[in-house]
Design a protein around this ligand. Structure first.
Ligand code: ZN
Ligand code: ZN
Length: 309
């Protein structure tokens, strides 16, 4: 079975604390291993997990504030040090290309790894992956910022006993999936007769932002939503002013968007007690709620059950 999980490297905004490293997240999703927003120290945090730099296939940066990208120089140099043989794609806001260029070549190093630099040029840009579509949406923050979501298309799960009953086997199964029907001795067997719908899964990654359309578009029906929750309600006015969310706002977005598993992160260092994020969010969201801790792993929830037609 393919592995789909989030590995949390760090959960602090702006300034790390003794308990929290700067941001950093890895999504394992089939053959993709995507590093999101590597803050300072991400390379070392990786050592405490089962993910290695060599596993990475892709890096996504939401924006060029330090807590989301100061880990790029170390991580990029590590790819070369380890002589990673496959190309690694890198996505970031195109307006920050100058920052990326500096971080990429922050110091002298012997470059062996191949980076495929593919900046996000526009809201709604989509990147086709073998396991689904990666989509970037513009967020509301003082500098150009994009959140990301990975959407797996809906599919079909073939039922072996039904296939056997019709005597369908081998390459005919592939043809049935592709074409949608198969003609057997003058009798047509449609795909629906031998399969059940398999809803695609969705992962969304939303960092620094105030409430905006892009945020809702990313969160829509996410099986797993990772979202910034920098502040508590006592700082709601400040949050709005500086383009951030409170735990309660993040939870309301999750409820309104039909999110299943909610991961809050990117906490301000001013709050020593993480239970307060849980309590404020819980008042607005009934689903599975996780206040992220460094070096923990969050599984994607089991696939949704297809609704009866
Ligand atoms: Zn931040
Ligand atoms: Zn920021």
């Amino acid at each position: 079975m393919s592995m789909r999980e989030l590995v949390v490297l760090g959960t602090a905004s702006q300034a790390p604390t003794r308990q929290r490293n700067h941001n950093g997240y890895v999504l394992r999703w089939d053959d993709e291993v995507i590093l999101f927003d590597p803050g300072e120290g991400s390379q070392r945090q990786l050592l405490h997990t089962t993910v290695t730099a060599t596993d990475l296939t892709r890096i996504c940066v939401t924006h060029f504030h330090g807590d989301h990208c100061l880990g790029l120089p170390g991580t990029i140099q590590r790819l070369s040090l380890d002589r990673v043989a496959h190309p690694v794609a890198v996505h970031f806001p195109a307006g920050g290309a100058e920052y990326f260029a500096r971080l990429r070549y922050a110091t002298s190093f012997y470059e062996t790894a191949e980076l495929r630099v593919e900046p996000i040029e526009a809201d709604g840009q989509r990147i086709a992956l073998s396991c689904g579509t990666l989509e970037a949406r513009r967020l509301r923050h003082p500098i150009e910022t994009y959140g990301y979501r990975l959407v797996e298309p809906d599919g079909h799960r073939m039922l072996p006993e039904k296939l056997a009953a019709y005597g369908i086997a081998g390459p005919a199964v592939g043809e049935l999936i592709r074409v949608g029907h198969l003609d057997l001795d003058g009798r047509r067997v449609t795909r629906d007769k031998v399969s059940v719908p398999r809803p695609g899964q969705r992962f969304a990654f939303v960092m620094d932002t105030g409430l905006c359309d892009g945020l809702y578009a990313l969160a829509e029906h996410a099986d797993l939503l990772v979202i910034e929750s920098t502040f508590l309600e006592s700082e709601a006015a400040l949050a709005a002013e500086v383009g951030h969310l409170t735990a309660a706002q993040a939870a309301r977005v999750a409820t309104e968007s039909g999110v299943r598993r909610l991961v809050l992160t990117h906490f301000s260092q001013r709050y020593p007690d993480p239970r307060r994020f849980h309590d404020e969010a819980r008042a607005h969201f009934d689903g599975e709620l996780i206040v992220a801790e460094d070096l923990t792993t969050v599984q994607l929830p089991p696939r949704r059950v297809a609704s009866a037609e």
